[in-house]
Ligand binder design. Structure first.
Ligand code: PEP
Ligand code: MG
Length: 571
């Protein structure tokens, strides 16, 4: 049995099809007429754009707009004047063939992104290599692997799948995907989830172990892969597949149902998104709004900052699609582990404790924060937008952010531009300081959203991405639970809404406790919504009080966890 990273849930059983791209031979061949070479390059880029547009169009009709957006990102890269300009000046500066100039420039960018260690940047590196290969293939007249024509029951095995390869997959024939590279949030993983194909990524050395046509069984939910398993394993996983599909189907009955407990308490069940296209899944899974729009994603897939107008369009698109349902948009949360190369941030010694989120934004008011706030206000005329400020630790930060919103409102008033006059402003409660001061913050803001991903990290002093200390990272630790309960109590006392947008909001062991504490809003990835609705509608908050009292009487995370697991197995 081998173990990789789970990227798309479900069981895949089938035959290995190894997908290897033909190796392109690129040499530094000199050219005599650099101008003619530049126009050869320009024609290749034009064709690459046309091909990508066609692929995006096909994907939009076959799968969805959101998935097509990934390829639209490639079109943006292909039309990026900086990138194209750099390639052209390499051609004329060094008098070399286009394929070499493309290789040199795209690799510089791809390597730079890849060296950043961050998963999103890895993804950008993959995108850059993808467009590089597409242009070079056109220049060299090489055709691509026909991934759309794989036989039924194929499990695709590859070093890495580029988004354009994944986009061409026919889900009726492909039962699984295993790759050596990639991560949970890589574009190909996102596409695999959208196509609902089970996928395991980051399985190091897999290509050296598997042969073409081998029997493969994979569990995309936990990252397990078997090569040529015996009949008993095959039978076990065939049964698991049946159970998985049955459960998925059963959850559909919760579409259109209210999220109300057995004793009549209504809570909001909303979604976390990173891009405007994600609203499609929110609607598909019947989300009651958006509880967290991580706007930093808008800043990531590109080589320069999105303009105020681009941001306005993105926020407006989400607000309009949600048609009056609440849309909480978080202002830029970069720094820490989320780097954006063009922002020119230097590496902090302690990134999670450093120059990030609201600290960064208040330092970059003119070029970063004010345009974002203006874009948010303008978009608020088109729906129910609320503004959320991340990583707040002290009162001055939220006061300054609120003063800036007022300043931007005045600017818009002067220009006669519409916005939601009474727009609500809230904070993420994700630092120990914000939690301890929740009673004070509750008087200054319109809502709280508890960010347990960071709150756990800062409460337990444990890096959320460090495997070696992950045993300490649990929202069920009594210290974190006390913090959560305190924040909810403070918010409720002031009559403001208290939500949660960290991963804990969809954790079945946490949901009963959060209901007992009085949480108003649960925000999670769209695909987790129906299961959460099933759980919430099965509980009575009154009956849960006793469960919460008992859970809070324990002194260790293990005791709480065992108790909650035992409780949910009984309910
Ligand atoms: C959190 O910290 O819980 C959160 C939702 O934000 P992020 O995961 O983007 O830091
Ligand atoms: Mg956070």
């Amino acid at each position: 049995m081998l173990k990789g990273t789970s990227a798309s849930a479900g069981i895949g059983i089938g035959k290995a099809v190894i997908v290897e791209e033909t190796e392109l031979i690129i040499s530094k061949t000199p050219v005599e007429d650099a101008e003619a070479e530049k126009s050869r390059f320009q024609s290749a880029v034009k064709l690459a754009m046309e091909q990508t547009e066609a692929l995006a169009k096909d994907l939009a009709t076959r799968v969805g707009e959101k998935e097509a957006e990934i390829l639209n990102g490639h079109i943006l890269l292909l039309s990026d004047p900086m990138l194209v300009g750099e390639i052209e000046s390499t051609i004329s500066g060094e008098n070399v063939v286009s394929e070499y100039a493309v290789e040199a420039v795209c690799n510089t960018y791809a390597d730079m992104f890849a060296s950043m260690g961050d998963e999103l940047m890895q993804q950008r590196a993959t995108d850059m290599r993808d467009i590089k290969t597409r242009i070079q293939k056109i220049l060299l007249g090489v055709s691509s692997v026909d991934i759309a024509a794989l036989p039924m029951g194929s499990v695709i095995v590859a070093k890495d799948l580029t988004p354009s390869m994944t986009a061409g997959i026919n889900p009726a024939n492909v039962t699984g995907i295993v790759t050596e590279l990639g991560g949970k949030t890589s574009h190909s993983a996102i596409l695999a989830r959208a196509l609902e194909i089970p996928a395991v990524v980051a399985l190091e050395g897999f290509l050296g172990k598997v042969t073409e046509g081998a029997d493969l069984v994979l569990d995309g939910s936990d990252g397990t892969v078997f090569i040529n398993p015996d009949e008993s394993v095959k039978a076990e996983y065939a049964a698991k597949r049946e159970a998985f599909l049955k459960e998925k189907k059963e959850l559909e009955q919760y579409i259109g149902k209210p999220t109300i407990t057995k004793d009549g308490v209504t809570v909001e069940l909303v979604a976390n998104i990173g891009k405007p296209e994600d609203v499609e899944k929110v609607l598909q899974y019947d989300g009651e709004g958006v509880g967290l729009f991580r706007t930093e994603f808008l800043f990531m897939d590109r080589t320069a900052m999105p303009t105020e107008d681009e941001q306005f369009e993105a926020y407006k698109r989400v607000a309009s699609a949600l048609n009056g349902k609440p849309v909480i948009i978080r202002t830029l949360d970069i720094g820490g582990d989320k780097e954006i190369p063009y922002m020119g941030l230097s590496k902090d010694e302690n990134p999670f404790l450093g120059y990030r989120a609201i600290r960064f934004c208040l330092d970059r008011k003119e070029d970063v924060y004010k345009p974002q706030l203006r874009a948010l206000l303008r978009a608020s005329a088109f729906g129910n937008i609320r503004i959320m400020v991340p990583m707040v630790t002290c009162l001055e930060e939220i006061r300054e952010a609120k003063a800036l919103v007022e300043e931007m409102k005045k600017e818009l008033d002067e220009k006669g531009i519409a916005y939601k006059k009474d727009i609500e402003i809230g904070i993420m409660v994700e630092t120990a300081a914000a939690s301890l001061m929740a009673d004070v913050f509750a008087k200054e803001v319109d809502f709280f959203s508890i960010g347990t991903n960071d709150l756990t990290q800062y409460t337990m002093s444990v890096d959320r991405g460090n495997d070696k200390v992950s045993y300490l990272y649990s929202p069920l630790n009594p210290a974190v639970l006390r913090s959560i309960r305190h924040v909810i109590e403070c918010g409720r006392k002031e009559g403001i809404m208290v939500g949660m947008c960290g991963e804990a909001a969809s954790d079945p062991t946490m949901i009963p406790l959060l209901l007992a504490f009085g949480l108003n809003e649960f925000s999670m990835s769209a695909s987790a919504i129906l299961n959460a609705r099933k759980l919430i509608t099965g509980y009575s908050t009154k009956e849960l009080q006793e469960v919460a009292n008992q859970a809070m009487s324990f002194a260790t995370a293990k005791e709480v966890e065992d108790f909650m697991k035992e409780f949910i197995s009984r309910s």
